[in-house]
Design a protein around this ligand. Structure first.
Ligand SMILES: [Zn+2]
Length: 261
């Protein structure tokens, strides 16, 4: 293979690994945001339970006041009984007392409901708090794994960037521009191997005379796939694939040492 083609191929190997590392790094912001979101959701669940509890306490106070105020009214009506002169007025007052007692009963029912609800909220708060603790613990572990992965990826990136600088040193600038243009067009892969007389990237036939030209040791120009425009390279089949030497001599003589006398 031409030296320059080998240089480009080396560069492509580096670039493919660079792309992988960049893709790995690009995933971290979302991973971290997802982790934050899981903690935030567990926190919000605690907050919601606490807010419900607070509302229940407020309602309870209101119903307690309702009970007290209706009881006050009942007391007042009873005090008035001694001053009542007519049966009609007495019945009216009795009606007021009954009404107030019904209101007391309703407020007491609501109060009881709120007390039961409040116990339920206590349970929910405790469960939400336990879950939050668990989520925080899990995320802390995941976070430290993520940070270690990211540090490793950053290190790989630095090494590959250095490797790339070495790889491009042997490539003329105009050829490098040419390579970069194809890379941009083809998502990071500018070279394609010719295999079975086809472009290894897009699968289109490469004409036999092009392959013949490419195989010439002194072949000068770079050849491109006519369809995808990638730079083509050709790897000669290895010589070691020659028929196996028939050197393995089969002696087959099994020496029998057993003597029969
Ligand atoms: Zn192609």
């Amino acid at each position: 293979m031409q030296k320059i083609l080998q240089n480009l191929l080396d560069l492509q190997h580096v670039d493919i690994r660079l792309n992988e590392v960049r893709a790995r790094l690009a995933k971290f912001p979302k991973k971290l945001a997802d982790s934050d979101a899981r903690i935030a959701s567990a926190k919000s669940s605690v907050e919601t339970s606490k807010a419900s509890q607070l509302a229940a306490v407020k309602d309870r106070k209101k119903y307690e006041l309702d009970v007290e105020s209706w009881k006050d009214k009942v007391r007042k009506y009873r005090d008035q009984t001694s001053q009542i002169k007519t049966n009609e007025a007495y019945r009216a007052l009795q009606h007021e007392v009954q009404n107030a007692e019904a209101e007391i009963s309703k407020a007491e029912d609501r109060l009881l409901e709120q007390m039961v609800a409040s116990e339920e909220y206590d349970v929910r708060i405790k469960a939400a708090e336990a879950l939050l603790k668990e989520v925080e613990q899990v995320e802390r572990v995941q976070r430290s794994t993520m940070e270690a992965d990211r540090a490793a990826a950053e290190k790989d990136l630095a090494e590959l960037n250095a490797e790339r600088a070495r790889a491009v040193a042997d490539i003329p600038e105009n050829l490098l521009d040419h390579y970069d243009r194809i890379v941009r067009k083809h998502n990071g892969v500018a070279l394609a191997e010719v295999r079975n007389e086809k472009c290894g990237a897009c699968g289109m036939i490469v004409r036999p005379h092009v392959i013949q030209e490419m195989r010439r040791a002194d072949s000068d120009p770079l050849f491109h796939c006519e369809t995808c425009t990638r730079i083509l390279y050709f790897i000669e089949p290895s010589v070691s694939a020659a028929p196996a030497a028939a050197a393995a001599s089969q002696s087959g003589a099994s020496s029998s040492t057993s003597h029969e006398s």
